[in-house]
Write a protein of this length. Structure first.
Length: 278
């Protein structure tokens, strides 16, 4: 075998080895990759995303979610969402979540779409908007906060897959970011129970067609130490309904505290009702 033949053989062997062992330089890890900051069994989609088609969230005035801004407890820690995002600023580590949660319900009630510019935060109002900047590479995006999390120590935000991709934190899984709120959300009615003196806030535990069911719940609440409980009869579509309520409560702080206390005690149907006196 001459020198030229030997050289050709060596080149062929090197190319074959590279085709079987060299890895892609794609900006996203494989779906089975264990590297990164996303959740167990989570990961990016199989299909690539055209970043040119992914536009930042466009801030606009929206009323607060009726369900996504109540105090809540996760892993024994109590979180109280902010009434306003005005002036909010925070630095810390952001992670992201992907296909495992795609299509599942967020804290706002909307389905999670990993291809949209959204994010989860523990206390920012839902919905609200924020500018998120990767402090390593300087890239920035605008996201709409519509979910709660992350609940892992030292993390300040969970980004959608699209937002993480634009900030270039998909491969690493996490990234050091700065969060700056944009605009100011429109308060929801239930967060302003004492605004004019004409509105009254109640916490309703249930409404029943059977009055005995309502009175049993009232006695249970009273035995648990909730004294200001009333059963009110109303007529709705020709039928009598018996509402079990606490209140009226005078201050927004009282409403939030009482609601969280009731839900922690197992009264999961408790919710805020705002009524305007005439």
């Amino acid at each position: 075998m001459n020198l030229q033949s030997v050289t050709c053989c060596i080149l062929i062997l090197m190319l074959a080895a590279c085709s079987s062992s060299c890895t892609s330089t794609s900006t996203r890890p494989s779906a089975n990759s264990s590297k990164g900051g996303y959740y167990l069994d989570d990961g990016p989609p199989k299909d690539s995303v055209d970043l040119a088609k992914v536009k930042d969230a466009v801030p606009r005035s929206e009323p607060l979610s009726a369900t996504g801004n109540k105090p809540y407890v996760v892993f024994g820690k109590r979180y109280v969402p902010l009434k306003s995002n005005k002036g909010f600023r925070q630095k810390g580590t952001a992670s992201w979540y992907g296909k495992k949660f795609h299509g599942k319900r967020t804290s706002s009630g909307e389905p999670y779409d990993m291809y949209k510019m959204t994010a989860a935060h523990t206390v920012l109002p839902i919905p609200s908007y924020a500018k998120v900047t990767n402090l390593v590479n300087g890239r920035s995006v605008i996201v709409r906060v519509n979910d709660r999390g992350p609940f892992k120590h030292n993390r300040v935000m969970d980004l959608s897959y699209a937002a993480a991709l634009k900030l270039d934190v998909v491969r690493s899984g996490t990234g050091r970011v700065e969060i700056i709120s944009i605009g100011e959300n429109t308060p929801a009615r239930q967060n302003k129970p004492e605004a004019s003196g004409e509105a009254q806030a109640f916490i309703q535990l249930g409404a029943y067609s059977n009055q005995y069911t309502a009175y049993r719940l009232q006695r249970r609440l009273q035995s648990d130490g909730y004294t200001d409980v009333a059963v009110n009869r109303i007529e709705q579509r020709g039928l009598n309904l018996y509402r079990v309520r606490l209140g009226p409560l005078k201050k927004a702080g009282d409403v939030d505290f009482m609601l969280a206390d009731l839900q922690n005690a197992g009264y999961n149907d408790a919710h805020i009702i705002i009524e305007t006196t005439r």
